[in-house]
Design a protein around this ligand. Structure first.
Ligand code: ADP
Ligand code: MG
Ligand code: ZN
Length: 469
C-alpha cells in the first residue's frame, strides 16, 4: 500500500558565548525582557554586524560530522519578512552558499539519510501574549542568537525513523558541543514534511507540520498525518499542500495556511557581511578538534564488551557517556557490569526522583568503588542496591559500609556458628530436608536473617549441605 515520504527541517540553537553578530550573550534564559540587547540585535540604523567566529567554527564542525561538503566560500543573505519580533524586517540567513551541503547520516539499519544543507542564521525575538492584556509584548533578548538550520532529503520513511534520526542529530550536536539540542529547553525544533505515495511512484503532495518541540510529538504528528493522508487518498480525494500545526492535547494536526505560492523572501547578499573564504587550513583545525562522535563511541563501548543496547544508550547520551568514560577508567571489573548499574538501578533511582545525572552528587569514582566492594565480596549485590541511594546523594561507599556495619561476614567460623545455631533451633525443618532437599532454603533464609543479610549466601549453602548431607 502507500508508503510515507518524510523530510525534516531542524533548528538547533548554537552553544556559543555571544550572539551571531554582536557581543550580547547567546543565552538569555531567566533574564528580564530586552536587557540582553544592543544596537546591532535591536536593528538600530547605522549599527554593523560582525560574524561570530565561534558560531561559524561550530557550524563547520557540525557540517563535517554530517558528512557535508563545505564550499570554499560561504555567505550571508538577507531573508525579508515582517514580524514584530524581527526588528530589522529581515533575518540574516544563508541562501545559496551555506556552510555545508550534500551530506548524510547513517541510521542504525545502515540506511543513509541525505542532508541537503546546513546553514547558519540568527534567531528572532519572542512575542509574548499576556493572558491579562489585550496587547502583545516583544522581548528581543533572543534576537540575533545563533542557529543552525539543517534540511534533510525526503529520505525518511516512517515516524520511527524520523525519531531515530532526531535522536542521532541530538547526540551528535551534544557530543560536538555544538548545541544543547534539548527540545524541552527550546534548543532544538523540528518542522516535518510528509507525503504518501505508492512505492516506486513520483513524490506526492507534501504537508508541512510546524514547530514540533518534542521527539514524541514529531512521531505522533507524523503517524497522524500519514493516516489522514491515506484516508483522503483511499476515499478518492486528494491531499492539499499546506502548512499544519500540531495540537498536543487533541493529538491531531490542524490546517494553519495553505501554501499555493511559495513566499518571496527577496533574498539578497547582505552588503554588511562580505563572503567568507573557508581556508582548508581552518577546516583541518576544525577536523582535528572534533571530539569523538556517538557512532565511534558506541563502537568503542562494544569493544569494551558492552551489549549493543547498552553501548548505544550510553554513547548517544553525552552526559551518560562522559560519566561512563570516567567510571571505566577507575573500575577494574567488567564494563558491562558498570553499564548494567548505570542503565538499571542508577537510571531508575534518578528517574524516580526526577534527577539528572549531572545534577546528582553521584561521582563515577563512587559508583566504581561501590561495585568494587561487591566484586571483592565485601558486600552483597543486595546491600549495594540498598545503599545506592546514599551513594547517589554523595556518600562514599566505603564509609557507608563501615559505619553501618554492612560488611559481609566472610569469616567461615562465624558463619558456621550461625548455621549450627539455626540447625539446633529448627529440628522439624531439618527432618523435612531429608525428604525434600529444597527445604534447605528455609534454613538458608533463617541464617541470612540471623546475620542481617551479611553472611555470604554461597558459604552458608555450602555449610548447610555439608552438615545435612
Ligand atoms: P519548501 O520549498 O516547501 O520549503 P523544500 O524543497 O525546501 O520545500 O523541502 C523542504 C523539506 O521537505 C525537505 O526536508 C524535503 O526533503 C522535504 N520534502 C520535499 N518534498 C517532499 C515530499 N513530496 N514529501 C515529503 N517531504 C518532502
Ligand atoms: Mg524550505
Ligand atoms: Zn546585541
Amino acid at each position: 500500500m502507500f508508503e510515507a515520504v518524510i523530510g525534516l527541517e531542524i533548528h538547533l540553537a548554537l552553544r556559543t558565548g555571544s550572539k551571531m553578530f554582536c557581543g550580547c550573550a547567546a543565552e538569555s534564559l531567566g533574564l528580564l525582557p530586552n536587557v540582553n540587547t544592543c544596537p546591532v540585535c535591536l536593528g538600530l540604523p547605522g549599527s554593523l554586524p560582525v560574524v561570530n567566529r565561534e558560531a561559524i567554527e561550530k557550524a563547520l564542525r557540525f557540517s563535517l560530522a554530517l558528512n557535508c561538503q563545505v564550499p570554499e566560500v560561504t555567505q550571508f543573505h538577507r531573508k525579508h519578512y515582517y514580524y514584530p519580533d524581527a526588528p530589522k524586517n529581515y533575518q540574516i540567513s544563508q541562501f545559496d552558499r551555506p556552510v555545508g551541503e550534500h551530506g548524510f547520516v547513517e541510521l542504525e539499519a545502515g540506511r543513509r539519510i541525505g542532508v541537503t544543507r546546513c546553514h547558519v542564521e540568527e534567531d528572532a525575538g519572542r512575542s509574548v501574549h499576556p493572558p491579562y492584556a489585550p496587547y502583545s509584548l516583544v522581548d528581543l533578548n533572543r534576537a540575533g542568537a545563533p542557529l543552525i538550520e539543517m534540511v534533510t532529503e525526503p529520505d525518511l520513511r516512517t515516524p520511527e525513523e524520523a525519531r531515530e534520526f532526531l535522536v542521532k542529530i541530538r547526540a551528535i550536536a551534544q557530543a560536538l558541543d555544538v548545541s544543547d539540542a534539548s527540545p524541552e529547553a527550546g534548543k532544538m525544533r523540528a518542522d516535518v514534511n510528509v507525503s504518501i505515495r505508492l512505492p516506486g511512484e513520483a513524490l506526492g503532495t507534501k504537508v508541512e507540520v510546524k514547530n514540533l518541540n518534542s521527539f514524541k510529538s514529531v512521531q505522533n504528528a507524523l503517524a497522524f498525518e500519514i493516516k489522514r493522508q491515506t484516508d483522503l487518498l483511499e476515499s478518492g480525494r486528494s491531499v492539499l499542500q499546506e502548512t499544519r500545526g500540531w495540537n498536543e492535547g487533541g493529538q491531531r494536526t490542524y490546517s494553519m495556511r495553505s501554501k499555493e505560492e511559495t513566499a518571496d523572501y527577496r533574498y539578497f547578499p547582505d552588503p554588511d557581511l562580505p563572503p567568507m573564504r573557508v581556508a582548508e587550513k581552518w577546516l583541518e583545525t576544525v577536523r582535528a578538534a572534533t571530539p569523538e562522535l556517538p557512532d565511534a563511541k558506541r563502537e568503542r563501548y562494544r569493544e569494551l564488551g558492552l551489549r549493543a543496547f547498552d553501548a548505544g544508550l550510553i554513547a548517544f547520551d553525552v552526559e551518560l557517556a562522559t560519566f561512563f568514560d570516567r567510571a571505566v577508567r577507575v573500575y577494574e571489573g567488567e564494563a558491562q557490569l558498570l553499564a548494567n548499574w548505570l542503565n538499571g538501578d542508577v537510571a531508575g533511582h534518578l528517574n524516580a526522583n526526577d534527577l539528572a545525572l549531572s545534577r546528582s552528587k553521584l561521582s563515577p569514582e563512587n559508583l566504581a568503588s561501590l561495585l568494587t566492594l561487591v566484586d571483592e565480596g565485601a558486600i552483597s549485590g543486595k546491600t549495594a542496591k540498598d545503599v545506592l541511594p546514599l551513594v547517589i546523594d554523595g556518600g562514599d561507599p566505603k564509609t557507608i559500609v563501615e559505619e553501618r556495619g554492612l560488611k559481609q561476614i566472610t569469616d567461615l567460623g562465624a558463619i558456621e556458628a550461625l548455621v549450627d545455631a539455626v540447625i539446633a533451633a529448627n529440628p522439624a525443618v531439618v527432618e523435612r530436608v531429608k525428604e525434600n532437599p529444597k527445604v534447605i532454603n528455609v534454613l538458608l533464609g533463617q541464617v541470612m536473617k540471623e546475620s542481617r543479610g551479611k553472611a555470604k549466601p554461597d558459604a552458608v549453602r555450602e555449610l548447610l549441605n555439608e552438615k545435612l548431607g
